[in-house]
Design a protein around this ligand. Structure first.
Ligand SMILES: Nc1ncnc2c1ncn2[C@@H]1O[C@H](COP(=O)(O)OP(=O)(O)OP(=O)(O)O)[C@@H](O)[C@H]1O
Ligand SMILES: [Mg+2]
Length: 370
């Protein structure tokens, strides 16, 4: 999969840009605060319909402008396609796939696939569970559109159910009348999502192990296993009917606890990935270097699993990652950048990597070679 060209207007500090990319490595190079990450953000946004930096679309509209537009030409093994996104202040974003308006973000996610890697990802092991859930959600959504649809429904139902719980003290009757409905809806979506996450992690775990082995030698073996909030063995979540029952029972048998807490206490919004090194929690016992290597392995695994399932390598978007890695991990990552498209940012000298060089200055992109 390749991003061939991007046109951007009034996005962040970019008034207008029209940039073409090679099918190999592309380097966005320049001093701080020039717009390197902004362009990467625009590419990532076209892929998954949300930014990796903000949840407010308006933040991305250039200061003083009314509308931002991103248009991406990309090719997969079959054909050339285009995704165009327009963000207007105070309005819903408008998305087009090949010139045809689509109703929802979930209609385009998975068409143009990317793996984004930024320095914050290096703390994936140390971070809280929300970051690891996000890792799973972004990866799986790009592979299976039904997953994203299910996740969106889940979040909507969760919102309703939490509202019901918060109002329960004042309006016990509505709570009693409707809690069964919301709980069964929530449990049904939870079962779908959990089964995708378990199966995804089974595959990813093997890739993580291979990458970690290549980086560190065979001294310690990592595993990444789904950790559901109902505390069953990961495999048990593969059986959707059973998972639905388990979550349903938890949601129907703990009302007083949930009303006390003021929110829904069980479900896939509480899940985590249990990452271990030689059977011991990596979060608690692995060294800082091991944790960073594991995080890097998890991002590379995301690319690998995507390639295995779709038969096509996703585009790697690397934001300032090299400056954060030591020389051996840099060398390892460089080795992983062949045979695929990489679009990366850096303020450092770029000589060692090689590729198409694009200089970035005040939101202006100038091709320097090739
Ligand atoms: N909505 C916006 N409108 C205009 N400018 C913006 C907007 N949002 C951010 N910026 C500007 O974009 C610039 C930052 O761009 P970006 O994050 O791409 O920098 P960078 O080149 O990646 O720098 P670094 O090397 O420090 O990461 C900042 O100067 C910021 O003020
Ligand atoms: Mg940056």
């Amino acid at each position: 999969m390749y991003c061939n060209r991007i046109r951007v207007s009034d996005f962040r500090n970019i008034e207008f840009a029209d940039v073409t990319f090679d099918e190999g490595v592309n380097i966005l190079h320049g001093a701080n605060a020039q717009g390197k990450t902004n362009l990467l953000e625009a590419i990532g946004f076209a892929a998954i319909g949300k930014s990796f930096r903000t949840s407010h679309d308006e933040d991305m509209v250039r200061f003083g402008a009314e509308m931002a537009e991103i248009s991406i030409d990309f090719t997969d093994s079959v054909r050339k396609q285009n995704i165009t996104v327009r963000m207007m202040k105070g309005k819903r974003k408008r998305i087009e796939l090949n010139g045809v308006k689509v109703g929802r973000v979930s209609d385009i996610v998975g068409t143009f696939r990317t793996v984004l890697f930024c320095p914050e990802n290096l703390s994936l092991i140390k971070d809280g569970p929300a970051e690891r859930r996000n890792y799973l959600d972004v990866a799986i959504s790009q592979l299976y559109p039904v997953y994203l649809k299910s996740l969106q429904r889940y979040n909507q139902i969760l919102k309703e159910r939490n509202q019901l719980i918060r109002n329960a003290e004042d309006d016990r009757r509505t709570f009693n009348d409707t809690v069964e409905f919301w709980s069964s809806q929530l449990a049904r979506e939870a079962a779908v999502i959990a089964s995708y996450r378990v199966r995804y992690l089974k595959r990813a775990s093997e890739c993580i192990r291979d990458c970690f082995f290549e980086m560190m030698g065979d001294r310690e073996i990592p595993t990444a296993v789904y950790e559901g909030s109902s505390h069953r063995e990961a495999e048990e979540y593969e059986d959707m009917a059973q998972t639905e029952r388990i979550y349903y029972d938890l949601l129907m048998n703990n009302h007083e606890r949930e009303i006390g807490a003021g929110s829904t206490l069980w479900g896939i919004h509480k899940d985590d990935i249990d990452i271990k090194l030689n059977g011991k929690s990596a979060r608690m016992f692995a060294s800082q270097g091991q944790q960073r290597s594991l995080a890097l392995a998890m991002k590379l695994a995301e690319g690998e699993v995507c390639a295995q399932i779709c038969g096509e390598k996703p585009v790697f978007l690397f934001d300032d990652v090299f400056s954060e890695l030591d020389s051996s991990r840099r060398a390892y990552l460089s080795g992983k950048m062949t045979d695929r498209q990489v679009i990366m940012t850096t303020c450092e000298p770029y000589g060692s990597v090689g590729g198409k060089l694009i200089e970035v200055k005040s939101g202006v992109y100038t091709q320097k070679n090739g």
